[in-house]
Write a protein that binds this ligand. Structure first.
Ligand SMILES: Nc1ncnc2c1ncn2[C@@H]1O[C@H](COP(=O)(O)OP(=O)(O)O)[C@@H](O)[C@H]1O
Ligand SMILES: [Mg+2]
Length: 1074
């Protein structure tokens, strides 16, 4: 209620429509009163008046945003947020494109107001990563554009030197999608000239103050402002403004918008080029022809520029100092004078900068533009330069004021004229309100046939001498009687003496006041010519961005058509803007500047009064008061409020107007509050509309509850139905299932009973069958026994006759079997010497037993033989041979059985003494032994060594171990031995042989049996004839002196050593043996 109170506060009403009495003074007083209370915003209906406080007020906090979010316009304190909210909601909920027109003088707070609107919309629209990015990009476009397009003027430290119209586009939910920025006429003359106390565009100061040393070096710039001609060679710091910080903020903003680092560098390079161009000095000289010519005074700056943009120094130098002119189909190069040269240089700087600015806007647009195809709603925010009245007003002011005039026209058309015309159209009783219609001024300027701009264009294009004087003369002629046009000449004609109007000027009575324009420079600025040589030089540069700014410099695309004039361009862009604004629902913010000195909270009544007048605020209030605050077509109105009437809700069958009448009647709205037009309903006071809105909101809540109720009911009912159906299905299934289970159980029980019964029956049957079977078997057995018995009785007679033989045979076989098995178990040892053998258990087995014994013996011997070594076999053969020779013939033989036949008794190989003998024997040695030789003459014995080889027999003397006698085996033809157990051996030699020359040999050996046996075997091997052995007691031996008969006598005297030989005469020898 506080807000409403504030609206109705009689001392300082919030809505001037409620002002009483309504006079200029009361209006001014109210504004002042409110201003003193820091209430800078005031309404006239839905128009917001904003008075610049020049200090920051705590009324833009997030809490304030929340307070105004979805508020009712008339229910809260006047605020710029309220109009922003109204516009936004109207856009979102009523689907109406909006435009917010912010007007006012320079420094009145338009730019700030536009930023507040944007930030409010950004704060209340929905959030989300994508949406936030879009919002951020839209908001960040401000610092970038302000850096390049704003400058300090006398009236405003941050004055926008270009017009800006920004369309923010939203989707159906009211989420910002992006936007488009249009820029209008940058005040480019500021690049080359600005009055004392003002500054060039912010960017130059920001760049020099905020650029790092490295960046400045890269851009070939010096940090000191005083170095630069275009900055008036003066230091110009603004109190409270940190250019360096703003530069960083601007760079951050560029990053947010999406500028690449390369783009930023290129942008700053071109900016540096503009700044440096101002330092290119020209000096005058004369050509050979005597013509005045200009040249570059100092080439350092020019060289650096050319390095920055990648251009040949001479190309730029030539373009700056000369000009190609077409003379009779021929291109002639003419030199420029110094002023012409400077003109060219400045034109180049201005063109580069203004084109760079256009490029910047386009580049921002590419980042923030919305993808095609999306359905969108648009909110346009117009922040255009304010009305300007200076001491000396030029072409720019003329253009700026023309634009403001057009905006005023829109305002008049839409609020005042339109309103009154509408009342008449709708047939509503209405007292017309006087207001000033500025169409006449607009017409004076823009009329395409005879307007000032058209005249200017005509002058620019006209051949022959063209200067501002001819232009002014033409205007004077044309508008001699025009109410809003004045000049020296027209005044003279009217006999008015006015010293304030100088000769070179004309004056226009704008809606906001009289402005005197100096025509100097009009033609030049309107033409906005840039020598083609310069644009071609720029196109020739290698710097991509700079080159792209001068497409007309391409020699391939030379066009002789003159480019459209600045005035023409501006007029057409203003026309497009107006068309655009007309298509949208306007919302007005009218900014008022309270003082000229930018002082906080200072209110200069005169200044404000002037603005109140030219803004037509009083008329505005009058119209509002005389008229109706709200109007709407019957259809949409009924649609919106029909839920408030019982008869109109939910459907009205009759006409729309009738419906509205019935509805309002039912709502008991006082008749004086209403007027029924032909197509629209008019409501006089905002309170009534507010009341309607409030009721509607309440009703909407009720209806929403109703719908909710119905919906919930319907949902519960359908859910219930669904549950019921489900329940039926479930129970049907369940019952079916239970029945099935019961049936299964019964079936199982029946089967069990059945099985038991069948089992019992089967078992009974089985028992019966088994009994029958046993009976059957018993009968069979009895029958078998009986038959057996009968058969046996019949058979017994035959059986008895052969039984004994078969029995005996059987027993016999069993006995033999047992014998053989027992024999196998009790086999005697396998030793060859073992002769044991078990006796036969029965007599009849004796033969077989003997046979088996001999077989076993032979088998044993065979086995024994098979395992004998060859040596052993030879030894045994020798023993066998000995047995054949001596067994049972000589008493010595049994004794020799136990002695093994060693053969080598001397150890020839081991004993070195017998080396020679060993050599004689070589490998053929059969036997080596010590023997004694009997001297046949004396009967005495001498020791000798005997060696028997396979071929000969050698006797050697033991000491010398030398062979004494060697006999070939063939020399021996026989041998004689005694019957007794002595070792005497007579070897009978053949007479013819050399060995036998000495006669037979008589030897005594300890191994006689072996010696004779081996001799026999050696002889068999050598001559295939055995030894003729005589075992006898008397034999004769041949001696050298005749034969000697040897008689063997058994005597006790014979020593144990051997036989004793005794010579008995010459021819007889007695040998005593025992
Ligand atoms: N609502 C406001 N609150 C505080 N200061 C303001 C407000 N509006 C404007 N100003 C001050 O006035 C100066 C000029 O405002 P600006 O919007 O740039 O004017 P315009 O765009 O109309 O030329 C701003 O720099 C700011 O200091
Ligand atoms: Mg501004």
């Amino acid at each position: 209620m506080e807000a409403t109170n504030s609206l109705l506060d009689t001392a300082a009403v919030g809505d001037l429509v409620l002002l009483d009495p309504l006079t200029e003074e009361s209006l001014l007083r109210t504004l002042q009163e409110r201003f003193q209370r820091s209430d800078i915003y005031t309404y006239i209906g839905n128009v917001v008046i904003s008075v610049n406080p020049y200090r920051s007020l705590p009324i833009y906090t997030p809490e304030t945003v929340q307070e105004y979010h979805n508020c009712n316009f008339f229910a809260v304190k006047p605020h710029i947020y309220a109009i922003a909210d109204d516009a936004y909601r109207s856009l979102r909920d009523r689907d109406r494109d909006q435009c917010i027109l912010i007007t006012g003088e320079s420094g009145a707070g338009k730019t700030e107001a536009s930023k507040l609107v944007m930030s409010y919309v950004a704060a209340v629209s929905s959030k989300g990563e994508e949406v936030d990015k879009v919002k951020e990009q839209l908001l960040q476009s401000n610092p970038v554009l302000e850096a390049f397009g704003n400058a300090k003027t006398i009236r405003n430290d941050n004055s926008s030197r270009f017009g800006k119209y920004m369309d923010v586009e939203f989707d159906f939910k009211g989420e910002p999608l992006g936007g488009v920025i249009s820029n209008y006429l940058l005040e480019k003359s500021r690049i080359v000239r600005h009055v004392k106390g003002e500054r060039n565009f912010h960017i130059f100061y920001q760049l020099l103050a905020g650029g790092s040393a490295q960046l400045l070096q890269q851009l070939k710039l010096r940090q000191d402002c005083r170095h630069y001609g275009y900055l008036n060679r003066e230091r110009s710091n603004l109190p409270g403004v940190d250019d360096a910080a703003n530069f960083r903020a601007m760079q951050d903003a560029m990053r947010v918008i999406g500028f690449s680092p390369e783009e930023v560098t290129a942008l700053l390079e071109v900016t540096a080029v503009v700044l440096k161009l101002g330092n290119v000095e020209l000096s005058s000289g004369y050509q050979a022809s005597g013509m005045e010519a200009c040249s570059i005074a100092e080439s350092q700056e020019l060289r650096e520029i050319c390095e920055l943009i990648g251009l040949d120094t001479s190309t730029l130098e030539q373009a700056l100092c000369s000009r190609t002119v077409k003379a009779r189909d021929e291109m002639v190069l003419t030199t420029l004078t110094v002023p012409q040269g400077y003109y060219g240089r400045d034109a180049l700087a201005k063109n580069i900068y203004s084109r760079l600015f256009d490029w910047l806007v386009n580049r921002i647009n590419t980042s923030i533009q919305v993808k095609p195809g999306k359905q969108r709603k648009v909110m346009g925010v117009l922040d255009i330069y304010g009305f300007e009245i200076f001491q000396d007003n030029g072409f720019e002011q003329f253009i700026i004021n023309y634009c403001n005039e057009k905006l005023q026209q829109i305002f008049i058309l839409m609020t005042l004229k339109e309103e009154q015309e509408e009342y008449i159209r709708e047939g509503i009783r209405w007292t017309p309100v006087e207001f000033f219609d500025n169409s006449i001024i607009c017409n004076l300027i823009e009329n395409s046939k005879g307007g000032i701009l058209a005249m200017l264009d005509e002058e620019c294009l006209r051949p022959g001498v063209v200067n501002e004087d001819t232009f002014l003369t033409k205007l004077n002629q044309l508008f001699a009687t025009h109410k809003h046009y004045e000049s020296r000449e027209t005044q003279n004609a009217r006999h008015v003496m006015d010293a304030s109007l100088p000769p070179q000027c004309f004056r226009i009575h704008h809606y906001a006041g009289k402005v005197t324009y100096n025509v100097t420079g009009f033609i030049e600025k309107n033409n906005d010519l840039l020598f083609r040589d310069l644009s071609q030089a720029m196109w020739a540069a290698r710097h991509t961005l700079l080159r792209s700014l001068f497409p007309e410099g391409d020699p391939q695309k030379v066009s002789l058509k003159l480019p459209p004039t600045a005035g023409f361009q501006f007029k057409s862009s203003v026309a497009t803007l107006m068309k655009n604004l007309y298509s949208k629902n306007p919302n007005y913010i009218r900014c008022i500047k309270p003082n000229e000195t930018k002082t906080a909270m200072l209110f200069t009544p005169e200044l404000v009064l002037a603005q109140i007048r030219y803004l037509g605020l009083l008329e505005n209030v009058r119209v509002r008061r005389a008229g109706y605050a709200f109007r709407q077509l019957y259809g949409p109105f009924l649609e919106r409020y029909k839920m408030l009437g019982t008869r109109t809700w939910p459907r009205w069958a009759g006409g729309n107007r009738d419906g509205v009448e019935v509805l309002l009647e039912e709502l008991a709205i006082p008749a004086e509050e209403l007027a029924f037009g032909h197509t629209k309903i008019f409501i006089r006071s905002p309170c009534t509309l507010f009341d309607l809105e409030k009721r509607r909101q309440e009703r909407v809540v009720q209806l929403a509850t109703l719908i909710q109720k119905m919906f919930r009911g319907w949902r519960c009912w359908t859910q219930y139905q669904l549950m019921r159906k489900s329940q039926i299905v479930i129970s049907a299934w369940f019952r079916g299932h239970a029945q099935k289970n019961r049936y299964k159980q019964m079936k199982r029980s029946a089967l069990i009973i059945q099985a038991y019964a069948r089992g019992w029956k089967s078992r009974r049957l089985l028992r019966e069958l088994k009994r029958q079977c046993r009976r059957h078997a018993a009968a069979s057995t009895i029958a078998a026994y009986w038959r057996g018995y009968q058969v046996r009785r019949a058979y017994r007679r035959f059986f008895r006759s052969g039984a004994s033989a078969r029995l005996a045979n059987f027993i016999y076989r069993r006995l033999v079997q047992r014998f053989l098995v027992g024999l196998e178990r009790n086999l005697p040892p396998l030793s060859v010497m073992d002769q044991t053998w078990p006796p036969a258990p029965y007599k009849f087995l004796d033969d077989a037993n003997q046979e088996l014994r001999s077989i076993f013996c032979r088998w044993k011997c065979k086995k024994y033989r098979e395992q004998l070594t060859p040596q052993r076999r030879a030894l045994l053969q020798a023993k066998l041979c000995a047995s054949e020779l001596f067994k049972d013939k000589k008493a010595l033989y049994p004794k020799s059985l136990a002695q093994p036949f060693c053969g080598e008794y001397l150890g020839l190989a081991q004993n070195p003494k017998y080396q020679k003998l060993h050599a004689v024997a070589k490998d053929n040695l059969v036997m080596a032994d010590a023997v004694r030789k009997v001297n046949k003459a004396s009967g005495k014995t001498v020791p000798r060594l005997l060696l028997l080889t396979t071929e000969r027999l050698v006797l050697a003397e033991p000491r010398a171990a030398q062979p004494k006698a060697t006999l070939s085996l063939g020399d021996i033809h026989g041998a004689s031995v005694t019957r007794f157990s002595d070792g005497l051996l007579a070897l009978h030699l053949r007479e013819s042989t050399t060995g036998g020359a000495k006669g037979d040999l008589l030897l005594v050996s300890d191994h006689l049996i072996e010696l004779v046996t081996r001799l026999h075997q050696a002889l068999l091997g050598a001559t295939a004839r055995g030894l003729a052995l005589h075992i006898t007691d008397r034999f004769s031996t041949r001696g050298p002196k005749g034969d000697v008969d040897v008689t063997v006598v058994e005597s006790e005297r014979a020593g144990s050593e051997g036989p004793v030989c005794k010579k008995r005469g010459n021819r007889r020898m007695e040998v005593l043996v025992h």
